[in-house]
Design a binder for this molecule. Structure first.
Ligand SMILES: NC(=O)c1ccc[n+]([C@@H]2O[C@H](COP(=O)([O-])OP(=O)(O)OC[C@H]3O[C@@H](n4cnc5c(N)ncnc54)[C@H](O)[C@@H]3O)[C@@H](O)[C@H]2O)c1
Ligand SMILES: O=C(O)CC[C@@H](O)C(=O)O
Length: 525
């Protein structure tokens, strides 16, 4: 039974879902980094929100960990590179809290426009300062959106409903999408020059860090109001403080801070500042959504191999997962077959899909081939890190789907090019689920993959099978199956022999020295 640790506050629905789906679950919230490191080795999955930091140090001791699930959107608290290198799938729940967060941005826009929190405090202190809190309407003002993805788009729709004009800066926003949303697609400079309100909705990345830096903030319109409901680090907090004090910025609302929890922050105490403690996603509805979704996604992955909303693996739908499972085995075995026969550096691998398999989502199959191919050289390769490891080693990976009939209803061919040669191997599924080799180097051969195998190439001359059988018999090796193929009579022949025990190197050398043998190699699957 796989075991998951929930290390941040998640709706109790998550625990119910994990249990319903056969996943054991522990809830331990508020662990310090060393406490997390001490226990993480026991878990197959880690479910988090934004508090837990999944660092390279945590991942280094997470020996069983297969999946990190973020109940929310931002994954800047997960070292995805380190997770990928260790073969850990990272998934998030990209839509579950988007409406809630967009609503919070709108709420904060109103709050700064009308100074609601300060007016509330003053009123409850019995001051009745009617003239102090002169606000500003939102209608017909320009809202500048930096980032117009899921949340930014919802903010745009709501703002248009409030009769605001919306200008969006997002390099990945198409003109058509902008038109459909009813927003002006602008450059960042145009946005800065036009906006009465600026709301930011990008992830925190190396490109977006400090996107609203001091210089840019100084170019905004006097009286601008700024909302940050995305991430601390996107806006220069000290500059905002200075510009609030100088009156250039009329108001600012921050839900997120450069350091969280924000017990202290340079912004605190600045005039016309509204702060909330990273509440963007904190509604009952959003928390139910993300907890349920993350628990479903993680359970599906751990129990069936289905992958959804992963940041470092191609998605595999729950429907596809059982269909792909036998192909994944076939793909990895074909890659492994080619990898075990490869003794020099691999320059390129081409994976061709024909027949039924070509209609499937083949990305995961390609990753399985690469995994099998690299495993003889690399101990810790798996489907998550295989593409990166291949790229780091300069292996060019090509994936081709053929729209043509092959000899088999479904066929995968792996062709590996090394410095010395190009070699191909093809396989199919018998009965829709049993992986079989069908061609090696274009020579037809039908063989299943067995735990211990002997691969031999030899001259196609009489007497070889007898010599091989005698040697194996004399050394007490029992033959399970024996498959033969050849390119032409008297030409190159291939023998694939499944045996009942692991073959030692000395015996393989003796087989290699038999008359007519050009190569002998022990293979394991
Ligand atoms: N306050 C909260 O509680 C809370 C809740 C949810 C999400 N968030 C934050 O909001 C962010 C946005 O969420 P989303 O669901 O809209 O994500 P999203 O991926 O749907 O949208 C992000 C948008 O930013 C754009 N973008 C990327 N780089 C950019 C750049 N350099 N300049 C301008 N635009 C750029 C992308 O093209 C994309 O359209 C998340 O990454 C997360 O950090 C905060
Ligand atoms: O979990 C939270 O409370 C915040 C989530 C939010 O920052 C997100 O990126 O989804």
């Amino acid at each position: 039974m796989p075991k998951v640790l929930i290390s941040d506050e998640l709706s109790p629905r998550a625990v119910e879902i994990f249990k319903e789906r056969g996943v054991d679950v522990d809830v331990k919230v508020g662990l310090k980094p060393d406490q997390l490191r001490a226990i993480i080795g026991a878990y197959d999955g880690l479910a988090i929100r934004s508090a837990t930091k999944v660092t390279a140090e945590v991942l280094a001791v997470a020996e069983k960990l297969k999946v990190v699930g973020r109940a929310g959107i931002g994954v800047d608290n997960v070292d995805i590179k380190a997770a990928t290198a260790r073969g850990v799938v990272v998934m998030n729940t990209p839509f579950g809290n988007a409406i809630t967060t967009a609503e919070h941005a709108i709420a904060l826009m109103f709050a700064v426009a009308r100074q609601v929190p300060a007016a509330d405090a003053s009123t409850q202190a019995g001051k009745w300062e009617k003239n102090r809190f002169m606000g500003s309407e939102l209608s017909f003002k320009t809202l500048g959106l930096i980032g117009c993805g899921n949340i930014g788009s919802i903010v745009a729709e709501r703002a248009i409903g409030l009769k605001m004009r919306v200008a969006a800066y997002d390099p990945f926003l198409s003109e058509e999408r902008a038109q459909a949303l009813g927003v002006d697609k602008v450059t960042l400079d145009e946005l800065i020059a036009r906006a009465d309100f600026i709301s930011i909705h990008t992830p925190l990345t190396e490109q977006t860090r400090n996107i609203l830096g001091r210089e840019r903030l100084m170019k905004t319109r006097k009286g601008v109001r700024i909302v940050n409901c995305a991430r601390g680090g996107l806006v220069d907090e000290l500059a905002v403080r200075d510009l609030l004090i100088s009156g250039h910025i009329a108001g600012a609302a921050f839900d997120v801070f450069s350091e969280e929890p924000a017990k202290q922050n340079v912004l605190f105490g600045a005039p016309n500042l509204v702060c909330t403690p990273h509440l963007g996603a904190s509604t009952v509805e959003a928390q139910e959504n993300v907890a349920l979704q993350v628990a479903e996604q993680m359970s599906d992955y751990l129990m069936t191999g289905a992958v959804a909303n992963s940041l470092n693996m191609p998605n595999v739908s729950a429907e596809d997962a059982p269909r792909l499972a036998p192909y994944l085995k076939l793909a990895e075995n074909l890659g492994s077959f080619a990898g075990q026969l490869t003794e020099t550096g691999i320059k390129a691998v081409s994976i061709e899909y024909e027949g039924t398999v070509a209609a499937l989502n083949v990305k995961p199959l390609t990753q399985a081939v690469i995994t099998g191919l690299l495993r003889p050289q690399l101990e810790n390769v798996n489907m998550v890190n295989a593409p990166i490891l291949a790229r780091e080693r300069g292996v060019d990976v090509a994936e081709v789907k053929h729209d043509r009939d092959s000899d088999y209803q479904t066929q995968i061919t792996v062709t590996v090019t090394t410095e010395r040669r190009t070699r191909s191997v093809s396989g199919t599924l018998f009965g829709g689920k049993r992986p079989r080799l069908v061609y090696i180097k274009g020579i037809e051969i039908e063989a299943e993959f067995a735990p211990n195998m002997l691969y031999i190439t030899n001259d196609d001359k009489p007497g070889f099978i007898g010599r091989l059988g005698a040697l194996l018999g004399d050394t007490g090796v029992n033959i399970a199956t024996f498959h033969l193929g050849r390119d032409k009579p008297g030409g190159e022949a291939i023998a694939l022999v499944a045996v009942d025990q692991k073959l030692d190197g000395a015996l393989v050398d003796r087989i290699g020295a038999l008359d007519g043998v050009t190569q002998a190699k022990a293979l394991a699957f």
